[in-house]
Design a protein around this ligand. Structure first.
Ligand code: RUG
Length: 807
């Protein structure tokens, strides 16, 4: 019914009238957005029901992807695209003098994630739906996202991200499917019919209310589910009936409950912050598992077959309490014996590691854990006891093994160890990352359970990141090779036939220019800065972190600045350096780097003697929807992390897919990108993983020596503290000290010279338009293997053992 333009218009106008009781002419943009989205959602509902039915009829095994965050981006555009309704919607609205783009811009990006981990989850959900795979997501319905980033002066300022301020049209609230999650209290042991039973009492109950959002497959009538849980009180209290003390207690309880789903990543530096984070983790897994099992039982599933019918994936360690929670349900509620329960749990659960950064390998204090989750703690203790017996059987009394592999050690609960022990599969997210896990970080476990370890290189959904984000390039690709690439991304390699075709190359560059003009408009409107769309658009957008080395990029800009000041006639190709990304609110160094970038921007953008050869822009509020405007407009993708530190990266894949060339270290998935496109289409520099690890092991690096012998580095670093260009003395003292007095932990100075040399190569190549265009095409053509369709197929076949369910 939405397939005819006239019908579309009729339903839309009717929606406005029935929801708001006003005419189209009187309606605001927000009302139009809401009416449009609600009619699209209703349209989706039929396929949602049908998809459930199809899965049930086929008795299909289903996977649930538990993740403390997702990052779906705005839904209206994505849903229209996957339903094949974008064009008709655009035309119908245009007849009514309404712009679809403007309505799309009203929607807030869902604030339920913050970076690569969450976005990966959303790409996976899209690919599962588009591949007809029965797979769903579970997370928390945070009322507030991480924060909205403002740049005021040179600094990041954090503003509350109230993403549901106007409601969330796409969700369906399901209070009748709510479950209870229990915190605190104590566990009493009793004996019933000769069997020990564990009774959890005096606990606080939190109600987990599901809100389901549809995840729509591309053109295939499949609709899977992303389930978000909000924490609510079980019963509203009538305060008129309570005494003063009871009222206080009751109010405190209410506040504590609401806090659980109030905001993403509460500050966990303090003890309260840590307790809240652990509460969130348990809330997610307990609510998720309880609803999964209830549904399974409703459909007649037998617990002993659970692992044959259901796969549960834990995205990083955050949901690893799924292991003891599933044990609790099987032991206490379904009365299974330990061995049987453990057998089912470990065959059901699989785990992905996303980082080797020690601060992200979570550990909780045993005291805190035990107080908050007494029954779960008992189960963890028993898992640990049994695992230690296995260790002893294999290694005898080896204290080193115990220290490194136990779940409980030194007063702490080691979540990664729990995740490995309780899963049947442990995977890294790029080949080199998996090798580092196997040979360094999880070496002991790899020796103990070699069969569990495997690699699944990340991927991105090319439908969102190319078909939706870059319509002009998508049309061009389809005109050259047909449209099968949309569902079979490996077909993009057909483009290689055109890499020497001058007319095709011209069109690719024309499309890039158009995308640069679109981005230029956004930058002009938002920041009042005009950028040269003929310049090299050089972009680094990602979270701000020392290991990602935005600092290396900005030091290179300072070097260019000084070279231009030395010689205003210096022949460099104009370049626009664009940065974007949030720093964690408590991460001091990252925030100083933001300040440095903006300070450098102020200097270079306003210095007339530089003749506009370099410009520096910090894009405020980097998020999924803005990312869709950035990738298509980029020439150079900065992927310059310290080798070994970036587990995979996925931005690198989005840039490549949109025809940007990478300047990158041999880290994470950069290595696989380089292998795919060949050395001549990738600008590699920097220490290798082996070299970095060797320096860490033998302490053989001395950053001061580099400073002392390299005049350019000395000049740049001195400028950070001598007040010569940044006004105040010691303005960036902490950065200076980290590079010189803390021995440059991320090897910025060590890689600097090669980085600058490689940037010169980038410039030379850019001047040769023909060769640049050819490399762009080679990058696009080889991006198919980095589609999440490929990744998800590997997970489905090699980890979850799920199959596509066709009509
Ligand atoms: O930093 C990693 C990225 O390298 C990776 O591409 C992404 C998805 O696998 O996950 C990122 N990550 C790791 N986000 N959070 C963590 C640690 O919890």
């Amino acid at each position: 019914m939405l397939r005819s333009k006239e019908k579309f218009k009729e339903i839309f106008v009717d929606r406005i009238e029935t929801i708001y009781g006003i005419s189209l002419e009187e309606s605001s943009d927000l009302e139009q957005y809401t009416a449009l989205s609600s009619m699209i959602k209703d349209y989706i509902h039929r396929n949602w029901v049908q998809t459930h039915k199809r899965y049930n009829d086929a008795k299909a095994k289903q996977v649930y992807y538990l993740s403390i965050e997702f990052l779906p981006g705005k839904q209206l555009g994505t849903n229209l695209l996957n339903l094949g309704l974008t064009d008709i919607c655009k035309e119908a609205l245009s007849d009514l003098n309404i712009s679809l783009e403007e309505l799309e811009s009203i929607e807030n990006d869902p604030g339920i994630g913050n970076g690569g981990l969450g976005r990966l989850g959303s790409c996976f959900l899209e690919s599962m739906a588009s591949s007809n795979l029965p797979g769903h997501g579970c997370t928390i319905r945070y009322e507030h996202g991480l924060f909205r980033q403002k740049i005021i002066g040179e600094d990041q300022v954090e503003v509350i991200d109230d993403w549901i301020e106007n409601g969330n049209v796409w969700e369906v609230r399901k209070p009748n499917r709510a479950v209870e999650v229990k915190f605190g209290g104590n566990v009493k042991m009793d004996n019933v019919d000769g069997r020990t039973v564990f009774i959890h009492e005096n606990y606080d109950t939190v109600l987990a209310v599901p809100h389901d959002m549809p995840v729509i497959g591309y053109n295939n009538n499949t609709v899977n589910t992303l389930r978000l849980f909000s924490a609510e009180v079980k019963e509203e209290v009538d305060y008129t009936l309570l005494s003063g003390d009871e009222t206080r207690k009751s109010l405190e309880y209410e506040v504590a409950v609401k806090k659980i789903s109030e905001s993403l990543y509460p500050n966990d530096e303090s003890h309260e912050g840590k307790v809240l984070r652990l509460k969130q983790q348990y809330f997610l897994v307990s609510a998720g598992l309880q609803t999964i099992i209830k549904r399974y039982r409703r459909k007649g599933g037998a617990i002993r077959n659970f692992y044959k019918d259901i796969a549960i994936h834990i995205n990083d360690t955050h949901p690893s309490l799924a292991i003891p929670e599933l044990m609790r349900i099987f032991l206490d509620e379904y009365k299974l014996g330990w061995d049987e329960a453990w057998g089912i749990v470990t065959k059901t659960i699989s785990y992905t590691n996303h980082t080797i950064m020690p601060e992200a390998l979570e550990k909780w204090s045993i005291d805190m854990f035990k107080g908050l989750l007494p029954r779960i703690y008992m189960i963890v203790e028993e898992i640990n006891r049994r695992f230690n017996l296995e260790l002893e059987r294999k290694y005898g009394q080896d204290e080193n093994k115990k220290r490194e592999m136990s779940i409980l050690y030194h007063g702490q609960v080691h979540m990664a160890n729990l995740a490995i022990i309780g899963s049947h599969s442990v995977n890294g997210v790029a080949k080199v990352h998996t090798e580092i896990l196997k040979n360094q970080v999880m070496k002991n476990f790899y020796e103990f359970y070699p069969e569990k370890f495997n690699n699944k290189t990340n991927g991105i959904t090319h439908r969102t990141w190319l078909l939706k984000a870059n319509p002009s390039l998508s049309k061009l690709i389809t005109s050259a090779i047909g449209d099968t690439w949309i569902t079979k991304p490996s077909h993009l390699t057909d483009l290689l036939r055109f890499k020497e075709d001058n007319s095709f190359k011209e069109q690719v560059m024309k499309s890039k220019k158009e995308n640069k003009e679109l981005l230029q408009k956004i930058i002009e409107d938002k920041h009042g800065i005009s950028i040269d769309t003929n310049s090299i658009i050089d972009v680094q957008v990602k979270r701000i972190h020392e290991y990602k080395r935005q600092l290396l990029n900005v030091l290179h800009i300072l070097d260019l600045y000084y070279r231009l000041k030395d010689n205003p006639k210096l022949d460099i190709y104009p370049r626009t350096f664009i940065f974007g990304g949030k720093a964690a609110p408590g991460y001091f160094m990252a925030k100083r780097v933001i300040n440095l970038i903006n300070s450098v921007g102020k200097i270079v953008n306003n210095d007339k003697s530089l003749n506009d050869k370099i410009k520096v822009i910090y894009l405020e509020g980097y998020r999924a929807s803005l990312a869709e405007r950035i990738f298509p407009a980029t020439d150079v993708s900065e992927q310059i992390s310290t080798a070994s530190k970036e587990a995979s990266g996925t931005g690198n894949m989005k840039f490549m897919l949109n025809g940007a060339l990478t300047i990158g270290t041999l880290d994470g998935a950069n290595i696989e990108i380089r292998n795919a496109v060949g050395d001549e289409n990738f600008f590699k520099f920097g220490l290798t993983v082996q070299e970095v690890l060797k320096y860490y092991a033998d302490g053989g690096y001395n950053s001061r020596e580099i400073y002392d012998r390299n005049f350019r580095i000395k000049r740049i670093l001195n400028s950070l503290v001598d007040g010569s260009i940044f006004g105040t003395k010691d303005r960036f003292r902490c950065i200076y000290d980290s590079l010189l007095y803390h021995n440059d932990q991320y090897f910025v100075l060590k890689d600097f010279e090669e980085y600058v040399r490689t940037q010169n190569k980038v410039e030379q190549k850019f001047k040769d338009k023909n060769s640049w265009a050819e490399s762009c095409i080679v990058n696009i053509a080889n991006a198919g293997i980095f589609s999440s369709d490929r990744t998800i197929k590997e997970y489905a076949e090699e980890i979850w053992n799920i199959e596509e369910v066709l009509k």
